[in-house]
Design a protein around this ligand. Structure first.
Ligand code: NOJ
Length: 758
């Protein structure tokens, strides 16, 4: 314990209001044994000076303490009291219900700051993925809005709610590129495009950290899962991945780099084995790329026990080796498993692990703790949490984004939007009244009772609310033969209704971690319900509630309309109703392809050409299916229609240091106002370091047009849109032919040629 000097008179905490945050200062100044304040405790010093001073005073045991993250349960104060006294824990993460208030967090912090020799504060982590209490749509849905700024706003609110309960750090964004909808974690990412994914990654970091992560309403972000986790074989979670360096550089790494460029504080190393070397023991990705090439100054935390799991991966013979591999590869902090704590001291003393490796890991962790302001404001206000959650601006935003995330996949004979004057509307299906399911996976501290069900949202819009009849029809996944009666009741309700909505999909816990699927259809008896309702002859409007692309060709064939609503969050019912009744025009577009069948997986738009492209025999077709997806990347309808003109270029050739413009005219050819998502795609026709995809998204603009209105949309193209990485990470911009599309999605439009000259 240090000598403490009390500042001021009676108060032991001074509270001041800074520009956008409440700052609570400890009223004590800690003095060292010479009666002076240490450099590391002086907020006026630079972060690097503070880190160096503190590191210089730490024992090896204290340093190793900074590498340990433990799991916090209800008994944490008792359980970890001694360790905190010794400075043996750096961080806690929570999986329990405790974190409704910051009380226990402050108690633990007190032990670390006031009772340990150097008073190094703890950093508290938690998974706020798409909201804390105000649950927004899942990230895959938010990506469908094609509005990174909107995503940033949701994460700003999430940061505010998360910070109010004493969490300093969230394990998001998940930027794993995913091409396999069987993998349940596809819900947590932004889809199959690295360019769009990079915009969302940066937006998320800005949303969480703001311009000053030390502010009381901000949290540190964490890029995860580094790297390649989304390419998991067979879509099975935690499985191995094989990704060439060339593919890694061009598809899997850019989103992580975007996070570094946005100033992210931390990274999380992934569970998967990457080309035979587990990501949590991978020196090439963690040190050569992340630290040496990208100059990332923050720290890497392992995923849950993923350092210990190096043994099961078959790369470490025992805990000693696992610790050595993880630490020397570049994993600075170990989540839950304790191999660093248990073995590194001895290994340093025996010269097996160098002191410099330990120091570097500690330096990185301390840097982030200083940056987060934890040394200067270790405690959080214990009253704020009471009013911080579900504030009106959060709820309003949740509704706006739920509507903007919806993607209209089919709309025959303008089945949608519905009139609010409709007198008899049937809402059928297992998701009609299940408000909890709308929250999706990783729902933080979201509560079913806060959530607006589809039934509630739709009913509120009808001029005659009593005209809504709701029938479950069947369970979401129970496939037993128990639902004949309920299906009959649903059919009856449909038969007498003016319009029929079927709310179908998959339960929230069927996506997210450890929720892979082997099939991509509707679970349980839902297809039977669909067929029975369709057989009434009524046009059926399907609302899909799900966390992944599903393969639903039969719905495409038989439904009148399909609205992909995803897991739309706490205001899902209202947001979806805004679209259903046309108060908001649908403007979402898919950021991931929807296959026709599991057998087509993986199917993604930015694939390479084969030597035999096209249709017909000997072109890579299936004998029993076409090869294109049911709905391609970028696809989504509006209630109106848009015509895209020819693409014009300001120049048909240019040099690498010049820019040129591509433009086209978009016209609203329908009778309603609407919003087009105008997409720029480019193809590098011949590339020396490796073939480039048949198309790559390189720009988009959302354009609102009234009926009959036209607008010219222009994109400026520079070497940033034309280059690519070689396998070593060099950026190449090569002279030669390119193709340029401005189109409604990745499968339509006609390209024009462009030449990059020396
Ligand atoms: C394991 C998950 O893979 C990761 O995404 C999450 O952040 C950690 N658990 C902590 O909950």
């Amino acid at each position: 314990m240090k000598i403490q000097l009390l500042l001021g008179c009676a108060a032991c905490a001074l509270i001041t209001h800074a520009a956008d945050s409440l700052i609570v200062h400890s009223g004590w100044i800690d003095l060292n044994k010479n009666g002076k304040q240490d450099v590391y405790e002086n907020a006026g010093q630079t972060v690097e000076a503070r880190v160096a001073d503190l590191l210089g005073q730490m024992t090896l045991e204290e340093k190793l303490g900074q590498l340990q993250q433990s799991h916090r349960e209800a008994d944490a104060v008792k359980k970890f009291g001694n360790q905190l006294h010794q400075g043996a824990i750096s961080s806690f993460l929570d999986g329990s219900d405790l974190i409704e208030t910051p009380v226990q967090r402050n108690q633990l912090q007190h032990l670390a700051v006031e009772e340990s020799r150097l008073g190094i504060p703890l950093i508290f982590g938690h998974d706020s993925i798409h909201g804390f209490r105000t649950i927004f749509p899942i990230p895959l849905a938010l990506a469908s809005a094609w509005e990174p700024e909107l995503f940033e706003r949701t994460q700003t609110i999430s940061a505010r709610e998360t910070a109010a309960v004493g969490i300093d750090w969230t394990f998001a964004p998940m930027v794993d590129l995913a091409r396999d909808p069987r993998w349940g974690r596809i819900a947590e990412g932004f889809g199959e495009d690295p360019w769009l994914g990079s915009l969302y990654a940066a937006a998320c970091v800005r949303g969480f950290q703001g311009t000053n992560p030390a502010a009381a309403d901000r949290v540190m972000a964490c890029m995860k899962h580094y790297v390649g986790y989304g390419a998991t074989e067979g879509g099975r979670d935690y499985n191995s991945t094989k990704i060439s360096d060339f593919t890694l550089r061009n598809f899997y790494l850019p989103q992580f780099k975007a996070g570094v460029d946005a100033g992210v504080g931390t990274f999380m190393s992934a569970f998967n084995c990457l080309n035979g070397i587990p990501a949590s023991g991978n020196h090439h990705t963690l040190t050569e790329i992340l630290r040496d090439e990208w100059k990332f100054p923050g720290y890497v935390v392992s995923d849950w026990e993923s350092v210990g799991e190096l043994i099961k991966h078959g790369i470490a013979a025992n805990t000693n080796e696992a610790a050595r591999l993880g630490l020397t590869a570049g994993v600075d902090m170990e989540m839950v498993s304790t191999s660093y704590h248990d073995t590194v001291k001895q290994q340093v003393e025996q010269g097996i692990i160098s002191q410099a490796v330990v120091d570097e890991a500690v330096r990185r962790i301390l840097r982030v703790k200083f940056r987060k302001g934890l040394f200067d404001r270790p405690y959080v206000d214990e009253t704020l949490f009471k009013t911080a959650q579900l504030k009106p601006d959060a709820v309003t935003l949740a509704r706006e984004v739920a509507a903007k995330s919806c993607v209209l996949l089919k709309n025959e004979n303008a089945a949608l939007p519905l009139s609010k004057q409709i007198q008899k509307l049937a809402l059928i299906g297992p998701f009609a009244e299940d408000a909890g399911s709308l929250l999706g996976c990783w729902a933080g501290r979201g509560r079913a009772e806060d959530s607006i069900s589809l039934a509630t949202g739709l009913r509120a819009k009808l001029s005659n609310g009593k005209g809504l009849t709701v029938r479950r029809g069947c369970d979401a996944y129970d496939s037993t033969n128990l639902f004949q009666k309920e299906i009959q009741q649903a059919v009856k309700a449909a038969s007498v209704a003016e319009a029929v909505i079927l709310a179908l999909g998959e339960p929230a816990n069927w996506s997210g971690e450890s929720s892979s699927r082997a099939e991509l259809g509707l679970p349980g008896r839902q297809m039977e319900l669909f067929e029975a309702v369709v057989a009434t002859g009524k046009p059926v409007i399907v609302l899909l509630i799900n966390g992944r692309p599903l393969a639903l060709p039969r719905l495409q064939e038989k439904a009148a309309a399909i609205l992909e609503a995803w897991d739309p969050g706490v205001q899902g019912g209202n947001g979806v109703a805004d679209i259903v009744f046309g108060d908001v025009e649908p403007a979402g577009r898919l950021t991931v392809s929807f296959p026709r069948s599991v057998g087509q997986v993986p199917t993604y738009y930015n694939h390479l050409n084969t030597g035999r492209p096209g249709l017909g025999a000997y072109t890579g077709q299936y004998v029993d299916s076409v090869k294109d997806p049911l709905y391609p990347f970028g696809f989504g309808l509006a209630y109106t229609t848009f015509a895209y003109g020819n693409v014009e270029l300001s120049a048909t050739s240019a040099k690498a240091d010049e820019t040129f413009a591509a433009r086209t005219k978009i016209k609203n050819t329908g009778t309603r106002a609407g919003e087009a998502v105008v997409q720029l795609y480019i193809r590098d026709v011949a590339a020396s370091a490796g073939a480039r995809p048949v198309r790559e998204l390189k720009g988009f603009q959302k354009v609102k047009l009234n009926p009959g209105e036209s607008r010219t949309v222009e994109f400026i193209i520079s070497e940033k849109e034309l280059g690519y990485f070689d396998a070593q990470g060099h950026w190449l911009v090569e002279p030669g032919k390119f193709q340029v599309w401005i189109a409604a999605d990745s499968a339509t439009g006609s390209p024009v040629d462009f030449e990059l000259v020396k």
